[in-house]
Every structure is written in structure tokens, then in C-alpha cells.
Design a protein around this ligand. Structure first.
Ligand code: E4P
Length: 228
């Protein structure tokens, strides 16, 4: 499993990148608004993120258009920001059509706001490079987000979509809307390719009380050795 950071906050991205396990970043309009992002700085901000993580790490930047033509035009401009930009497009009819068109232009697409197996299958067939099923938003309405992601992983895994994607790459499932380290565990057990996590969840993923306790006793015992 690869880990993406789900944020537009440059400090968080810088810090997570320094830990050595970051493989990409996902953003969305809400995350950009959260950091006080301005419209005329959007492309420059995406470029800053691309520069921090480097060319090997995909950075998802979302379109805010509602028609296929606008999405394609917007997506092509976003793709010019850096070679590692992935255009994020919502799973809807116009989004599918735009994904197909962007794939023809060699632009990788992350189909977002995906909540069902049929949506995921259509996204893959339209040529999405990544599909982002959301977990937490299902949980928010008292439904089982993990079960739906598991179904999506299984259904997509039944087929070969490489003839639809840019450069014949395999479509990858990004488990999104993750709220806890346990969500990551469950998604890994179900075989999600990627988990995109908020910085708070990434920090919790590193922690374990037995690690803290073990480290504390090692340090105390080492002090005894020094004083012996
Ligand atoms: C995915 O790419 C989205 O940005 C994200 O995971 C949404 O998460 P949320 O439901 O916590 O807003």
C-alpha cells in the first residue's frame, strides 16, 4: 500500500515528505479553502506542492467545472502545472466523458466522490488512472464505508482495465475520506492500492503505546549502563 497525504497545507506536506513514506498528495476545493487559498493563487499553490514532493509523486488537483468541455479545458490547464499533476474529477456523467477525453490527451485522472461498485466500474472503463472511494462520508450517515470500499476493490480486481488508462497502466484504488488508523488497517487488509490520509491520521499511524513504553524502558536501562 502507498500513502498519499490528503491536504493542501504546505507545512504538513513538507513534514510528511521528510518522513520518507509519502508517495503522493490529494487536494480538493474544501481542503484548499481550509488553508485560506485564493482563486488566483490556485495553480501556483499546486505547483508548490508538486515541487515539495518531487516528480515521482502524483498530486491530485480538482476541477470545479460542471460540464465535460469545461472539465477538459480546466484539466488540460491543470496538467500544464507539472508532469506529476493528476486531474481530479467527480464521478458523474459529465465527469466520465471528461475523463475519457483527458485520457486520450495522456492526462491521468483521479475519479473522486465514488461511492459504489457501478460508479467505480464506469470510472475505470472511462480511463481513470485512480478511483477514490470515500469511507468516512458513508460512516457519517451510519452506513458501512469500509464494506463498500471492499466491494469496489474486489470488483475492479476482477478485470483488466489497462486498455482504458493512460499508457496502459493499471487503475489504482485510493481509499479516501479516511478518519482513523484503523480505516487504513482495514483498507490494507482488503488490498487498497493507496490510502490518502489527513496529517492527523498519518501521525496516529506511527504511534503505539507499547512502542512508547518500550522506548522509555530502553532509555532508563541505558542510563543505568552509563552510570555503571
Ligand atoms: C479524497 O481525495 C478527498 O480529498 C478526501 O479524502 C475527502 O475526505 P473527507 O470526507 O474527510 O472530506
Amino acid at each position: 500500500m502507498k500513502f498519499f497525504l490528503d491536504t493542501a497545507d504546505l507545512d504538513e506536506i513538507q513534514e510528511a515528505a521528510s518522513w520518507g513514506a509519502l508517495a503522493g498528495v490529494t487536494t480538493n476545493p474544501s481542503l484548499y479553502a481550509k488553508i485560506g487559498g485564493k482563486l488566483d493563487d490556485f495553480h501556483a499553490h499546486m505547483k508548490r506542492i508538486c515541487d515539495i514532493v518531487g516528480p515521482e509523486c502524483p498530486v491530485s488537483a480538482e476541477t470545479v467545472a460542471m460540464t465535460r468541455d469545461e472539465m477538459v479545458a480546466d484539466g488540460l490547464k491543470l496538467a500544464e502545472i507539472a508532469p506529476n499533476i493528476v486531474v481530479k474529477i467527480p464521478t458523474m456523467v459529465e465527469g466520465l466523458a471528461a475523463t475519457k477525453e483527458l485520457a486520450k490527451h495522456g492526462v491521468p485522472v483521479n475519479m473522486t466522490l465514488c461511492f459504489s461498485v457501478p460508479q467505480a466500474l464506469l470510472a475505470a472503463r472511462a480511463g481513470a488512472r485512480y478511483i477514490s472511494p470515500f469511507i468516512g462520508r458513508f460512516d457519517d450517515i451510519s452506513q458501512d464505508g469500509l464494506a463498500e470500499v471492499g466491494n469496489i476493490i474486489a470488483a475492479i480486481g476482477n478485470y483488466d482495465f489497462s486498455d482504458s488508462t493512460v499508457n496502459g497502466e493499471q487503475v489504482e484504488i485510493i481509499a479516501a475520506s479516511i478518519r482513523s488508523a484503523n480505516h487504513v488497517t482495514q483498507c490494507a487488509l482488503m488490498g487498497a492500492d493507496i490510502a490518502t490520509v489527513p496529517f492527523g491520521v498519518l501521525k496516529k499511524m506511527v504511534q503505539h503505546p507499547l512502542t512508547d513504553r518500550g522506548l522509555d524502558s530502553f532509555m532508563k536501562d541505558w542510563e543505568k549502563v552509563q552510570n555503571a
